[in-house]
Write a protein that binds this ligand. Structure first.
Ligand SMILES: Cc1cc2nc3c(=O)[nH]c(=O)nc-3n(C[C@H](O)[C@H](O)[C@H](O)COP(=O)(O)O)c2cc1C
Length: 162
């Protein structure tokens, strides 16, 4: 199986997950930041990582997801909102819709620490987005446990997908 990990990451959280996903994959694998990722058409398995921006996958990852066709896709993401929130569920669903020409075989997301200056800016908005109240526990994430969890989820998906 030839596999590929492509990620978008502004402050490093999603990159951490991407490296863990990459480590969990068997040989014949490549890891790319989305800006440097060539066309994924020839690959059997592509893991795509994004961060949540305004309730959706960030634009770069979104554009990449839309281009996928025929391949198996594993989605992973980081976000400030709580993992079990509707906000996050909707965003993952949105990502799945973007990847409609591919086959989504698994997904994982966890909180990702928000840079202090970003937090300040968002809080200072006249109407801060509701998810921001869930963001303080994101501090320190992805942590070791998140890394272990994503590796396990990838291993389970690989076992199932052969
Ligand atoms: C401009 C901006 C918008 C964001 N919007 C959301 C959002 O709608 N929902 C959310 O849960 N987190 C949001 N976040 C938080 C990031 O998704 C989170 O910190 C993520 O882990 C960043 O990933 P990165 O370090 O890979 O860039 C936003 C962050 C920024 C900078």
């Amino acid at each position: 199986m030839r596999s590929w990990v492509v990620y978008s990451s502004q402050t490093g959280n999603t990159k951490k997950l991407a490296e863990a996903v990459y480590a969990a994959l068997p040989a014949e694998k490549e890891l790319y930041p989305v800006d440097a990722a060539p066309d994924a058409a020839k690959y059997d398995f592509v893991a795509v990582g994004f961060w949540l921006k305004a309730g959706k996958p960030d634009e770069k990852a979104a554009a990449y997801l839309e281009k996928l066709s025929g391949t198996k896709v594993f989605l992973f993401a980081t976000h400030g909102a709580a993992s079990d929130s509707e906000h996050v569920k909707n965003a993952i669903k949105y990502a799945e819709d973007l990847a409609k020409n591919a086959k989504v075989v698994g997904r994982f997301s966890c909180q990702g620490e928000i840079a202090p200056q970003v937090m300040e800016k968002i809080r200072a908005k006249p109407q801060p987005p509701p998810w921001i109240v869930e963001a303080p526990p994101a501090e320190g994430h992805p942590d070791e446990n998140d890394i272990k969890r994503v590796r396990r989820v990838v291993a389970d998906v690989l076992e199932k997908e052969g």
